[in-house]
Write a protein that binds this ligand. Structure first.
Ligand SMILES: [Mn+2]
Length: 273
């Protein structure tokens, strides 16, 4: 059987909104708003959900004082995005500091199973409702959910001040062993090196796995490396990839108490302004 060797570089997304990445420079204009300290280390968080304007990305630079009193002026790291094109209608909501709840009805059953892995192992709350042109195939729906998820992540992270920024996790699933390394650098880049033996898992085309991650990387401003260290079973390989991604993302998003709310960058910014 012909293996799918997917080495994903930057791929221009097919159509639509201005918030999508453009090919040159592989940089997406994502927005950054709001505060960003981890709820676990604070009290009195004031939840506020940010609504995405899908087309315009805000260039507003938040004025967040890292030394504000603990629990004052902080916001929940929650965002949602609604995205409509002629191909799909997608709603994605993400709470970074969630409890692992997944309420996903993407119309692509295997993708729901994988989103459940992200929520469960990343301890994120994820809601996805999508209606897409799945009578053609799962491509547009999978891609657009990934784009919206990346946008949600970027918005929920705000300035990215105080977070660890880097994440690194290696997840086994039986014989499969997948290593995921990421940097929430603001720089979209995805190297996905998976050898998935079968072309489909159920009805899901396995070539959509690297495409999912490169789309997510583009709109979230994430540098992402995925390496398959071992694996024979396609379901195991893909599921271990999503588990490792979830744990690495949880690590990268977590608040580093030693950072004291400062941005983990010698340059001073982690956003794409
Ligand atoms: Mn499974």
């Amino acid at each position: 059987m012909q293996g799918v060797r997917a080495r994903a570089g930057a791929t221009a997304v097919a159509c639509g909104a201005g918030a999508r990445a453009s090919r040159p420079g592989r940089r997406a204009a994502t927005s950054c708003r709001g505060a960003d300290r981890h709820r676990d280390y604070t009290e009195g968080v004031r939840p506020r959900e940010r609504r995405s304007g899908l087309v315009q990305a805000s260039t507003e630079i938040p004025s967040v004082s890292a030394n504000e009193g603990e629990g004052e002026g902080l916001e929940a790291r929650v965002a949602f995005v609604e995205r409509k094109t002629k191909e799909t209608s997608v709603f994605v909501k993400l709470d970074i500091d969630g409890t692992g709840k997944c309420d996903c009805d993407s119309g692509v059953p295997f993708l729901d199973h994988m989103l459940d892995q992200i929520a469960s192992h990343g301890l994120f709350d994820i809601e996805v409702k999508a209606e897409g042109d799945t009578w053609i195939d799962d491509h547009h729906t999978t891609e657009d959910i990934a784009l919206a998820f990346g946008q949600c992540l970027s918005r929920a992270l705000g300035t990215r001040a105080g977070i660890y920024r880097f994440g690194d996790f290696c997840a086994p699933l039986d014989e499969a062993l997948i290593h995921v390394v990421m940097d929430l650098s603001g720089r979209p880049s995805c190297e996905c090196d998976l050898e998935i033996p079968s072309e489909r898992i159920g009805t899901f085309q396995t070539e959509m796995v690297p495409h999912f991650f490169e789309s997510l990387s583009n709109t979230s401003g994430m540098t992402l490396h995925i390496r398959q260290l071992n694996g024979k079973n396609s379901h195991h390989i893909v599921e271990a990839t999503f588990k490792a991604f979830a744990r690495a993302l949880r690590q990268a998003c977590s608040y580093d108490p030693r950072r004291k709310g400062m941005v983990a960058s010698s340059k001073g910014v982690l956003t794409q302004q």
